[in-house]
Design a protein around this ligand. Structure first.
Ligand SMILES: NC(=O)c1ccc[n+]([C@@H]2O[C@H](COP(=O)([O-])OP(=O)(O)OC[C@H]3O[C@@H](n4cnc5c(N)ncnc54)[C@H](O)[C@@H]3O)[C@@H](O)[C@H]2O)c1
Length: 453
């Protein structure tokens, strides 16, 4: 295992850490978003005292009132956690009570697609002064190998005046939850853990293992755990880029990529990925962390960035194909109306972070369409204010008629649409463009002018 203290002694075995007991110590979770809140709630429901700290005081208020707008934590679970050990707060002084501090703040990218470690450094600046000898700080945010020990460690040392690796120990345990996924949850996912020293790694295994029945993988070092997370999402991105490329090829030769994939999938070792827009704060972002590290150590990444390039321009390519297909069937209609169904980055969640649908809608605008969007999971006024696109409400939809109906996100509400409803929403000779291929085996596909990837 990586770190040992003076004289080869495992630092976590020092008496300084006697209160950092994985089975009983007070915990703190920094950042109560998609990752932090479910984690804090899971620990609190196991009877642990958890200080949940977030800089967003309004979000803290809503959580205290029992509501989680991300939809990740059910109301009854949140109530149970609040009645038990969860104390959501925007007051950093409350962090002094904790021995294990679990950092779950965002790790976005800058406009030039470089890692933005600002939120992590800000969290270190907040946590540092509230640490005392015997504290353990575990990072869950997605980073590239080296960030925990080479960036966060020194930041915590500066802010605390304590020696990292002796008085304060670091750990890393990547979060792997998947928004909207009811199967892969904090209590069912294998948790990768690594700490400074074997004894701390064991302790982190006990801490997290208490949530998921011991589904823990001990990585041999913090860097290995960081790298494992970074490649998990890069691998998904590259595989989706491949099927997106296949989709664009198939579309041009008049084949349905879905038919092609369905046939290929019958081979035992064919990898099952679906084409589509890659948005969100993970798959479209994390590969840039890996490519950044690669570039600073002198290896120009080829596959990782090729996948990113293709997925980043997929929304434009799809809009171009839709415009081309619509013109082929309708000639040059003056300002045809396009209604885009779904704007979130994936189905059945309200999360719009880095969604590629606004890019697709913007490209359709440039092709001369009047574009409206509709999504039952969002607030239309807020969306319009942010993106400058017209978002319609469910009531507007009842009287709206589009020339092109673009199904962008396979929300369950759209899955349930029948052909009569779609016919009512579509002008005669209008086009249905179905990105996820949701309706390809329904009457919508059979009776209407239909395009899919
Ligand atoms: N969302 C996911 O499904 C998912 C899955 C795996 C990993 N991750 C990773 O987990 C990390 C967190 O992601 P998320 O989706 O929960 O982000 P999020 O934006 O939903 O939540 C982050 C929270 O942190 C708060 N915050 C920001 N800066 C802070 C600071 N300095 N101090 C305290 N709070 C602060 C924000 O107000 C927000 O409530 C990221 O690194 C992400 O890549 C996310």
């Amino acid at each position: 295992m990586n770190a040992t203290g003076p004289g080869g002694v495992d630092p976590y075995l020092s008496p300084i850490f006697r209160d950092a007991d994985p089975d009983g110590a007070v915990l703190a979770v920094i950042g109560l978003g998609y990752v932090g809140l479910p984690l804090a709630v899971a620990f609190a429901r196991k009877g642990r005292r958890v200080v949940g700290y977030d800089i967003d005081a309004a979000r803290v208020q809503r959580i205290r009132a029992g509501s989680d707008e991300t939809g990740e934590v059910a109301a009854d679970e949140l109530r149970e956690a609040l009645a038990g050990g969860l104390d959501p707060t925007a007051d950093p002084e409350a962090l002094r009570a904790a021995r294990f501090i679990l950092v779950c703040v965002p790790t976005p990218i800058t406009t030039d697609r470089r890692p933005d470690l600002g939120p992590l450094l800000a969290a270190c600046a907040t946590v540092g002064p509230r640490l005392s000898p015997g504290s353990v700080v575990v990072f869950e945010s997605t980073v590239y190998p080296g960030v925990t020990e080479d960036v966060c460690g020194p930041a915590l040392a500066r802010a605390s005046g304590l020696e990292i690796g002796r008085e304060v120990l670091l750990g890393y345990s990547p979060e792997r939850i998947n928004p909207g996924d009811r199967r892969h949850r904090v209590d069912t996912i294998v948790k990768v853990v690594a700490g400074q020293g074997q004894a701390l790694t064991d302790a982190l295994g006990r801490l997290y293992g208490a949530l998921n029945g011991g589904l823990v993988h001990q990585a041999p070092s913090i860097r290995v755990a960081e790298a494992a997370k970074a490649i998990e999402n890069a691998q998904r991105d590259i595989n989706i880029a491949f099927v997106n490329e296949v989709a664009l090829i198939c579309e041009r030769i008049g084949l349905s990529v879905h038919d092609v994939l369905e046939a290929a999938r019958t081979k035992w070792n064919f990898l099952d990925f679906r084409p589509g827009l890659v948005g969100g704060h993970c798959i479209g972002v994390d590969p840039y962390y890996l490519s950044h590290l690669s570039q600073i150590i002198g290896h120009e990444p080829e596959v990782i960035l090729a996948g990113r390039r293709l997925n980043d321009r997929m929304a434009d390519d799809v809009a171009d194909r839709i415009a081309f297909r619509y013109r082929a069937i309708s000639g040059q209609a003056v300002r045809p109306r396009a209604l885009v169904l779904g704007v979130t980055f994936k189905e059945n969640v309200p999360d719009q972070r880095n969604s590629k649908v606004p890019q697709l809608a913007g490209r359709l605008l440039r092709h001369g369409f009047d574009v409206m969007v509709y999504d039952p999971h969002i607030d239309p006024a807020a969306f319009s204010a942010i993106h400058g696109l017209t978002a319609v409400s469910t009531d507007d939809l009842k009287v709206f008629v589009a020339d092109v109906l673009v199904l962008a996100v396979a929300h369950r509400e759209f899955r349930a649409l029948d052909v009569e409803t779609v016919v009512r929403m579509l002008s005669p000779h209008g086009l249905v463009a179905d990105l996820p291929g949701l309706w390809r085996q329904t009457l919508i596909c059979k009776r209407l002018e239909y395009w899919s990837l």
